[in-house]
Design a protein around this ligand. Structure first.
Ligand SMILES: N[C@@H](CCC(=O)N[C@@H](CS)C(=O)NCC(=O)O)C(=O)O
Length: 256
């Protein structure tokens, strides 16, 4: 097997759920950091997708181009060596939790984006840590353009904030009921747990070496009222990360 290349954004929960699955399967891949807006023309060339929406994560492997975090996790199940994340017979249940988690992340993007745009420190922090200092200085002012671009691309202004927060709360209540104090959503650890745990970033990001968010970015993602109200869900997520999320060293390089 050739070494897969994952183009991903270090701040993005969609990228993190793909990385979690690849690491679970102990797949040795190279990660290239993607910068919104600036990185899109090159990514379009590499994927040969010249129309329509293009987002990250994208996995390049053995001639395949996989443009979706859930599909990347399924690919990891096929080529990796860990226990299956999509065990047969559990597909429908996992799909239901993935849909719930994706809705949570979309709603979270809508409520966190205005906070990101208000705080200039977010821009500085969201540059890839691996970028050399001179390049950071040049690119710093362009990050705000990237944030504005994401806000337009995902129509963030069309989400009414109060309604969106209420939707987040309802989903968290469903998740709490589904977990019923257990360690995993289904009888075994599956991609449903990864999707739910990662989606809780939009309530408060986990503290873990694989999540290199700075303080401004962490504050932008955090919903203080919901973090207090759903503390036990965050504790579940923190335990899951401590027990299941490997932080193996790997090739990591900056890319536009
Ligand atoms: N279906 C995709 C959706 C990924 C997605 O929404 N990615 C956003 C996360 S903010 C992204 O790439 N944003 C940067 C951009 O669009 O330039 C998946 O699950 O991989």
């Amino acid at each position: 097997m050739t070494r897969p290349v994952l183009v991903a954004a270090s701040f993005s929960p969609w990228s993190e759920r793909a990385r979690f699955a690849l690491d679970h399967h102990r797949i040795d891949y190279v990660q290239e950091e993607y910068m919104p807006f600036l990185g899109e023309p090159l990514l379009r060339l590499r994927t040969r997708v010249f129309r329509g929406q293009l987002s990250v994560p994208v996995l390049f492997h053995d001639g395949r181009v996989i443009r979706d975090s859930v599909e990347i996790a399924r690919h990891a199940d096929r080529v990796g060596s860990g226990a299956p994340l999509f065990p047969s017979g559990a597909e429908a249940e996992i799909a239901r939790y993935v849909e719930m988690a994706t809705g949570l992340m979309e709603a979270g993007r809508a409520v966190s984006m205005p906070r990101m745009r208000q705080n200039p420190a977010v821009g500085r922090e969201s540059l890839p840590p691996s970028l050399p200092a001179p390049l950071r200085a040049v690119l710093s002012p362009l990050v705000g353009m990237g944030t504005a671009y994401i806000a337009r691309k995902y129509r963030v202004s069309e989400y009414p904030l109060d309604e969106t927060r209420a939707k987040i709360r309802r989903t968290l209540e469903q998740l709490r009921t589904a977990l019923r104090g257990r360690g995993t959503l289904l009888s075994d650890f599956t991609f449903a747990d990864i999707a739910a745990a990662v989606a809780l970033t939009v309530v408060r990001p986990v503290e873990h070496p694989v999540i290199p968010l700075g303080p401004a970015m962490r504050a932008a993602f955090t919903e203080p009222g919901l973090a207090d109200e759903f503390g036990e869900l965050l504790e579940w997520r923190d335990r899951l990360y401590a027990e299941r999320r490997s932080a193996r060293p790997r090739g990591n390089q900056a890319s536009l």
